[in-house]
Design a protein around this ligand. Sequence first.
Ligand code: IFM
Length: 462
Amino acid sequence: MTKLQLNKNSGLLSPDFIFGVATSSFQIEGDRNGRATCIWDTFCRQNDRIKDASNGDSACEHVKYWRQDVEIIASLGVDAYRLSIAWGRVMNADGSVNQAGLNFYSRLIDALLERGIKTHVTLYHWDLPQFEEDQGGWLNRDTAYRFADYAEVVVGALGNKVESYSTINEPFCSAYLSYEAGIHAPGPYPVSHDSGNRRKNGRQAAHHLLLAHALALPRMRKLAPASEHGIVLNFSPCHAASDSMADRTAAETAHAYHNLWYLQPLLQGRYPELLKQLSDNEQPDIEDGDLELMQQPLDFLGVNYYTRTTFRETPDGWFKDVPAQGDNLTTMGWEVYPQGLTEILTQLKKTYPTLPPVYITENGVAYDDVVCHNKINDDNRIDFFQQHLNAVEDCINAGIDIKGYYIWSLMDNFEWAEGYTQRFGIVHIDFDSGQRRLKESAKAWQQFLHSRPMIKVPAESC
Ligand code: IFM
């Protein structure tokens, strides 16, 4: 079996470096009846939105098998588990609390703590309740205020027993992919409901997501002063398709639009200069004080990293991504490009010297896994992890404060518009029977994590 290895002086082996596995609510939970309808339920029921026409009704049946999943997590030897809370499992449309839903998460976290596993809770991983979308979703400023109320309910109940909280996961996806590109829920707005053009919608949703983060964070900090509080952003280095000035400019514009747009307001209280290049009817509505509020102190920045993206100029002077090519592609069509992690983080640190400590909150890969004699030989995935661990090490050596690394994902799950066609897990799921099987990559992680030289103090006794 291929092994995962680090040199014995590696910063990743320091006693307080956290290794974890990550999932999200809609992608694994199932138990459709235990929660309010969310935008992904609606989206999945529309024609041609999901590659295999599937939905999240059952997913990995995690609500049914959560005890088994906790045992699997514990068996891996990880320090932490990153999960997300389904807003619609905790809040009802009338604003009342769904106590059964809240209890589910509370029991799960207790069971993890009993096994010495810390939790990282993300409050929003894309499953906006449909009752919020019906009021305009992330295009409606009020959603940001209701998010903060929901955050207060969750953090009020779970408090300090959660090691770290993130407000939002990947606002780029919830804004750009969803309201602008229309390939994620809620999808393209029918013209009659369209409050403006697509670009304006994407920018407005982004603004409200960042506002939601800013409104919630101080309330969360008050309710869980011993926990860490932050946000999770996804980054991809933007490369030019050619050496031409036009393509290089396109790549820079894409970097500002896709990467910096979400980080700069949080660290500097302003959007990139690119904002001024947008026409008046493309710019988001921003109220006085919003940008100041966005500069909430962050205990950490969660960074999700998968690949780089290449751009070329379009005839109207904007940018378009060029599909990755070559033989080093994953089944998502993404290029395996570990050095991109070091590149983007060193670039961000140079641009923003006040970059908070970083957790790599997601990193992983989808490949075509085959079950053969009850075994899933995914050496290609082990290689992927090894290369990215080396990249994390390079970042640490370059002076970036990286405090942890989360594998995406604990288990195969519902991969959004790709349905169940993409397997990102280190644990294989049989979506018919619910059977869980450790892939060889999970065993490699087990061996690596259990053989770490230092002794960890269980989270519960801290
Ligand atoms: O599965 C997703 C996850 O929900 C968010 N980050 C990227 C992953 C892979 O596409």
